[in-house]
Design a protein around this ligand. Structure first.
Ligand SMILES: Cc1cc2nc3c(=O)[nH]c(=O)nc-3n(C[C@H](O)[C@H](O)[C@H](O)COP(=O)(O)OP(=O)(O)OC[C@H]3O[C@@H](n4cnc5c(N)ncnc54)[C@H](O)[C@@H]3O)c2cc1C
Length: 389
């Protein structure tokens, strides 16, 4: 086993690093869950695209660099270590794009992929409903065929940045008579479709990006179906693998947080603050776990490049990264003590209040992308082979 990067990979890493150092925004952008911050993040997507760095793993013909998985992991590490902004395009690039590459027609690929890569189309995920979260097959939003359109009626919820997105990838019920998983269809819905209303969900931080969607005789063209009508479950599950596993949360994000954690220890020492010895073990553990996730992911990437499938292992990775994220942020808050409660903008907030912000977001990690309880059920049944209850 060779754990060193090859000269080609080192050169690639240096290229990413110097481009990001020269081009990343000078100041943090506003939150992408606000209207103004959303547009600032869209502009950053355009800068990335113009530099050839928005979707390095895609084919060059769609704006990428044809990077392999190892190069993509290196890029992600450099991206997060550079402190560049979060990706407002993540849902589209990580969750929808693999599905379009797998199931899209040539016309759909040619139309949607370049616009996604450049940030012209920012996508949101419209899967969850008030009665369908973990039990996604209970989706009740109906899409009934009327000529060359579907007519949609129903409600979606918990739609991240759904208030501002340009397009929403939905799962809808096209055959109300069919049993659960059958009768579902994967549909690409323009956010300005007549009959679609988007309402922000009141969040504690007051930011309005998270939305509910209401379809009231909303008409969507039939050629926006991804895959075949009635095959929505299979199409959606292909994307769920990307979400839980490699694509949505690469190790770079957690390695960057682990580096910030060690930097925080240095800062506290420089300020001659007393550090509880128990915190030393917690920092070390969190840092080691971030490294473990990194090496596990590299090993998985190498296997995928040899033709293996990700499968249920994605659930193991999802549980690991979501719990690691919480551990990293909770450790930082414990180190900071009272100062950890200072939010962004407070004069004495350490690291711009990012640890508190990050902690609050990390709390949702065990819920989104399929709850960790559900992932543990999948691991028990499909990885460990335990009997179904
Ligand atoms: C920050 C955030 C962003 C999100 N963004 C999006 C988005 O952009 N688009 C989208 O479509 N959805 C999004 N979601 C929704 C998310 O996918 C759902 O919250 C999640 O799938 C759980 O569904 P639910 O909320 O309906 O909870 P429920 O399914 O009602 O579950 C409630 C509790 O019961 C547990 N439970 C349920 N069934 C079982 C079982 N069989 N065995 C053991 N335990 C079980 C769950 O683990 C959970 O703890 C987001 C959620 C969050 C928190």
């Amino acid at each position: 086993m060779d754990l060193e990067l090859s000269p080609r990979h080192l050169e690639f890493r240096d290229e990413c690093r110097s481009w990001l150092a020269a081009n990343k925004p000078a100041r943090p952008l506003r939150s992408m869950d606000t209207a103004a911050g959303f547009e600032e993040h869209r502009e950053w997507e355009r800068v990335l695209f113009d530099g050839g760095w928005s979707v390095p793993g895609w084919p060059a013909s769609y704006g990428g660099r044809d990077c392999d998985l190892i190069e993509w992991l290196i890029y992600e590490e450099e991206y997060w270590l550079s402190g560049a902004p979060g990706r407002v395009s993540a849902n589209g690039v990580s969750l929808l794009a693999p599905t379009i590459f797998n199931f899209g027609t040539q016309a759909q690929q040619d139309h949607f992929l370049p616009k996604m890569a450049s940030g012209e189309h920012i996508w949101a995920q419209g899967w969850s409903e008030p009665g369908a979260g973990s039990d996604l097959a209970a989706i009740a939003t109906r899409a009934i065929r009327d000529g060359d359109h579907y007519v949609l009626n129903g409600q979606k919820t918990w739609c991240s940045r759904g208030a501002f997105a340009d397009w929403i990838f939905c799962i809808v019920r096209t055959d109300p008579e069919a049993e659960r998983h059958a009768g579902l269809t994967y549909l690409l819905v323009p956010a300005d479709a007549p009959g679609l209303e988007r309402r922000p969900i009141g969040r504690l931080d007051g930011e309005p990006g998270f939305a509910e969607l209401f379809f009231d005789d909303c008409r969507v063209r039939v050629d926006n179906v991804l895959g075949e009508e009635g095959q929505g479950w299979a199409v959606a599950m292909a994307a769920a693998g990307s979400e839980r596993g490699l694509n949505l949360r690469s190790p770079g994000r957690f390695m960057a947080a682990a580096e910030r954690l060690t930097e925080l220890v240095r800062t506290l020492r420089a300020e001659q603050r007393e550090i509880d010895p128990r915190r030393r073990d917690e920092v070390t553990d969190a840092w080691i776990r971030a490294q473990a996730y990194r090496w596990q992911t590299y090993a998985t990437a190498a296997r995928l490049m040899d033709g293996a499938e990700l499968g249920s292992e994605a659930s193991l990775m999802k549980v690991f990264w979501s719990e690691l994220d919480l551990e990293l942020h909770a450790t930082a808050l414990r180190l900071l003590g009272d100062r950890g409660e200072l939010a962004a903008g407070a004069p004495d907030a350490v690291d711009g209040g990012r640890w508190l912000d990050g902690y609050v977001f990390a709390l949702s990690g065990p819920i989104y992308a399929g709850t960790n309880e559900i992932q543990r059920n999948i691991i028990a049944e499909r990885v460990l082979g335990l009997p179904r209850r």
